[in-house]
Write a protein that binds this ligand. Structure first.
Ligand code: SIN
Length: 291
């Protein structure tokens, strides 16, 4: 449950029952006072995902400066970045991209196929469809906390193998430049086939809270079980992890910003605006090794 804290320099409007808040009174394009920066960061940690409206971050340097309030921008593999800005990717679905891949469209935690998955991301909306194109976020602290004691005992201390193979590996549907959308380029290759091991229950390095840390995009299996043995347990966890009461839904407007904490959330871009353009721009933030 999001903490209710008193703030002097910002106003908080909660969105979901469990996570998410719009922060009012901040111009992310301008330098913030130390106090305001501290309060924005505190609100980020206690709400897990924060939103801002009517921001001007069209200049990529301004967007990166805003992102530094939360962490250090980092380049991500496999997705073509903005020219001259390796830490920025343009996530674009064109009106012609009917029936094509919707980037971020499955429930996932960003880049858990890396040893150090992203801390989070700052996403900025440049163009939004007239309706639809929302982003959903699911609270993985709540997902863990509402498991039975028996399930918690079993999962605590377990590890799982993660891989980018399904999305970015040598056998993925994007391999060899196939199935690309009009304005995004995915470079799938054998680097995507690598396996990395992460705890199934992660302790957040800043809040100290425990959260579930498996996701259907990148988790392959529990490290000491076969895929067949892992599947029923993972399927249960994925269904449990996205219970309605754990979810916050964000309706984008041009100029909106979302900053999510990838260490305690899953998220998903809803693909319900075929025939319209959606263009959001993401700065990914360097994460640490999960414990
Ligand atoms: C993402 O998963 O980074 C994309 C989310 C979105 O486009 O809403």
């Amino acid at each position: 449950m999001a903490a209710t804290t008193h703030y002097d320099t910002i106003e908080i409007e909660p969105v979901g029952g469990s996570i998410g808040a719009v922060i009012h009174g901040v111009d992310l394009g301008a330098p913030l006072s130390n106090r305001q920066a501290e309060e924005v960061h505190a609100a980020f940690l206690s709400n897990s995902v924060v939103f801002f409206r009517d921001q001007d971050l069209v200049d990529p340097e301004r967007q990166k400066r805003a992102a530094r309030l939360f962490g250090e921008p980092v380049a991500i593999p496999f997705v073509k970045s903005l020219d001259g800005h390796p830490e920025i990717i343009d996530i674009v679905k064109e009106p012609e991209d009917i029936g094509k891949y919707n980037f971020g469209g499955n429930w996932h935690t960003d880049t858990t196929f890396l040893e150090t998955p992203a801390l989070g991301s700052l996403l900025y909306a440049l163009e939004v469809p007239p309706r639809g194109g929302d982003t959903l976020f699911a609270d993985q602290y709540a997902a863990y906390e509402t498991l039975s004691d028996g399930m918690k005992r079993m999962l605590d201390g377990m590890t799982a193998l993660h891989t980018g193979a399904r999305s970015y590996g040598s056998q993925s549907k994007f391999q060899g430049g196939k199935n690309q959308s009009v304005s995004m380029t995915i470079d799938a290759n054998e680097d995507g086939d690598k396996l990395v091991e992460h705890p199934v229950v992660r302790t957040h390095p800043e809040t100290g809270r425990k959260g579930l840390f498996v996701n259907p995009n990148y988790t392959l299996r529990f490290a000491d079980m076969t895929e067949a043995e892992s599947k029923p347990i993972l399927d249960f966890l994925y269904t449990h992890a996205i219970r309605d009461e754990f979810i916050c839904r964000f309706r984008w407007q041009k100029g909106s910003v979302a900053v999510w904490d990838n260490r305690c959330l899953m998220h998903r871009a809803v693909n319900d605006y075929e025939g319209h353009r959606r263009h959001v721009r993401r700065v990914t933030l360097q994460g640490d090794r999960p414990h």
